[in-house]
Design a protein around this ligand. Structure first.
Ligand code: AMP
Ligand code: GLY
Length: 439
């Protein structure tokens, strides 16, 4: 079978690499792909949001399955377009993808499904939103623990965590008046700011059966110790000890099941990857911060590094609505860590076109795989072409050994201005030490 992966990040490289290992797969195409997918698969020069172009390609090449990586084509209805043409495709419909493309839709669904989430208010009018902040947080010595969110897709930037009243008023101004995130700011949400550790729980579902994947932890802030501006994710590891088996069962029962159920009842059956971004609050348990409707990036990289089963078995079972029939997937018991190497300036303006050396030396290490994100080929040379450039991913007997492996590989890779967080996975170590100390 021929498979098409849509997207060009580290997630799509990991998907193409894993799908290519299936004995059922003869060829993997990636549209538009990067330098890594050019080596592990074949790139096709079609943008991830050129849905007509992708449909035409899938028909012409007789593609047996298309797997959609990023949210943008899902929100545009790529799955509906493929299904209309009787093409097999993995991902949620446009109506189901609203769980990610509209935070207002998501919050209302969470409320309807009685899934734990932060208390919230929706506003269309910035004046109303500002009056709410001034009234609600009038007397509290300027303490204003809220998060202001643009409704629509804003590449992860439309979420502003506030401390003081003025932060919230500025956030409302940026989102709803100045429309810094365009139409995404036509509605906004003000919600209570939650405290705790964050975890990513991804599940694969065909709309009836739910297959939760081992829990991961991402590192969204740019710099060590969770400081600096928010990014798409600077590294992730899997599994995270912060979500144990009992908690996974709780999350399945109180978060995943009611969400999938309610989507079905609302005639928006959800198929694909449901990614719950959770805050593990110390006092009231896990609460949903957001849903994504796709694999996380970088969470996908350590997850697939650990998956021993054939990913095609799972993806095809979802497309054919028979997920209940397959055997549970087998996971490598060893943890995996992905360290993102970024370009100078990211997440702001960054440099492009720097030649990268040492990728092969890193890749040749045992239990290491270098997934490409923002790279492209210039002749035979791999050069930087994005902010998040590589996801250096490694397995290890323990999390500490996986970390050592990943960072040893990172040290072999060079380009001017390359940097990464040095503390990926440390929160897990600290958590385990704290647990041990508490007995
Ligand atoms: P989101 O895109 O909604 O996941 O938000 C991006 C990031 O903002 C999350 O990963 C959290 O770090 C933070 N965030 C979002 N909502 C809240 C909240 N209610 N309380 C605290 N932090 C939040
Ligand atoms: N790692 C965060 C995301 O994929 O949205």
């Amino acid at each position: 079978m021929k498979v098409l992966v849509v997207g060009n990040g580290g997630r799509e490289h990991a998907l193409a690499w894993k799908i290519g290992q299936s004995p059922r797969v003869d060829k993997v195409f990636v549209a538009p792909g990067n330098a890594g997918t050019a080596m592990d698969a074949e790139n096709v020069d079609i943008s991830a949001t050129d849905i007509e172009g992708l449909v035409r390609f899938a028909k012409a090449e007789n593609i047996g399955l298309t797997v959609v990586g990023p949210e943008a084509p899902l929100a545009l209805g790529i799955v509906d377009a493929f299904e209309e043409e009787k093409l097999r495709v993995f991902g949620p419909s446009r109506a189901a993808a609203q769980l990610e493309s509209s935070k207002v839709f998501c919050k209302n669904l969470l409320r309807q499904a009685d899934v734990p989430t932060a208390d919230f208010q929706v506003f269309r009018d910035p004046d109303d939103a500002m009056r709410y902040i001034k009234g609600r947080y009038a007397g509290e010595r300027d303490r204003c623990p809220v998060v202001v969110k643009a409704d629509g897709l804003a590449a992860g930037k439309g979420v502003i965590v506030c401390r003081r009243r003025q932060d919230a008023l500025d956030a409302i101004d940026r989102i709803a008046r100045r429309r810094e995130f365009g139409e995404a700011g036509a509605q906004l949400i003000i919600e209570e700011r939650l405290k705790g550790q964050e975890a990513s729980v991804l599940a694969i579902t065909d709309g009836k059966t739910i297959l939760p994947l081992p829990p991961c932890q991402d590192h969204k802030p740019a710099f060590d110790g969770d400081t600096g501006p928010n990014t798409g994710g600077m590294g992730a590891y899997c599994p995270t000890p912060m979500v144990d088996d009992a908690q996974m069962a709780w999350i399945e029962e109180h978060v995943l099941v009611p969400t999938i159920h309610t989507m079905k009842r609302n005639r928006r059956p959800f198929r694909g990857v449901l990614y719950a971004g959770l805050m593990l609050t110390p006092m009231s348990g896990p609460k949903v911060l957001e849903y994504n409707v796709r694999f996380g990036d970088p969470e996908c990289q350590p997850l697939l590094m650990r998956l021993k089963s054939d990913l095609m078995d799972i993806l095809e079972a979802v497309v054919d609505r028979r997920l209940h029939e397959i055997d549970p997937p087998v996971w490598d018991p060893r943890p995996a860590i992905c360290v993102v190497m970024a370009a100078k300036g990211y997440p702001g303006e960054y440099e492009k076109g720097q030649p990268i050396s040492g990728i092969n030396a890193a890749d040749e290490m045992e239990d290491v795989k270098v997934f490409h994100a923002g790279t492209r080929l210039e002749g035979d040379t791999v050069v930087t072409a994005g902010g998040r450039v590589l996801g250096v991913t490694a397995l290890g007997e323990t999390l500490a050994k996986a970390k050592l492996n990943a960072y040893t590989a990172v040290q072999k890779v060079r380009w001017p201005g390359a940097w990464c967080r040095k503390d990926i996975g440390d929160k897990a170590q600290e958590y385990m030490e704290k647990l041990a100390a508490e007995g």
